[in-house]
Design a protein around this ligand. Structure first.
Ligand SMILES: [Cu+2]
Length: 115
């Protein structure tokens, strides 16, 4: 009987562990530099991956709201993706060469309106 009980306990442990590993939607908010509607579509387009359920960038607040599946993907990797398309985040900055290729209206680093 004792053996059976410990088996049941072990099974409960195993199932709760596998449940914890299941992906769940996590909400995050972080700063992403940008200027205009083109920036918005570029930023949001970079978030069009299956691990991201929802992404919306606020042009005036410069805040990106994302709902993503964890642990399938991390916030850091999302920030990296955004930096790769030319937008600075609070963790990764866009490469100068990538940034330089953005349309003029999107050059948030040089636009005094954004500071
Ligand atoms: Cu822009």
């Amino acid at each position: 009987m004792k053996k059976l009980l410990s088996l049941v306990v072990a099974l409960m442990f195993a199932s709760s562990f596998s449940y914890a590993q299941e992906s769940k939607v996590v909400e995050a908010e972080f700063k992403v530099a940008g200027n205009c509607g083109m920036c918005k579509s570029r930023i949001e387009k970079a978030m069009k991956i299956k691990e991201v359920k929802f992404a919306k960038w606020d042009k005036s607040a410069k805040i990106l709201k994302v709902n993503y599946f964890s642990p399938d993907i991390t916030v850091d990797s999302l920030k990296k993706r955004i930096a790769e398309v030319g937008h600075d985040t609070d963790m990764f900055n866009a490469d100068d060469a990538v940034y330089a290729k953005l349309p003029k209206c999107c050059l948030y680093r040089d636009n005094p309106k954004t500071h």
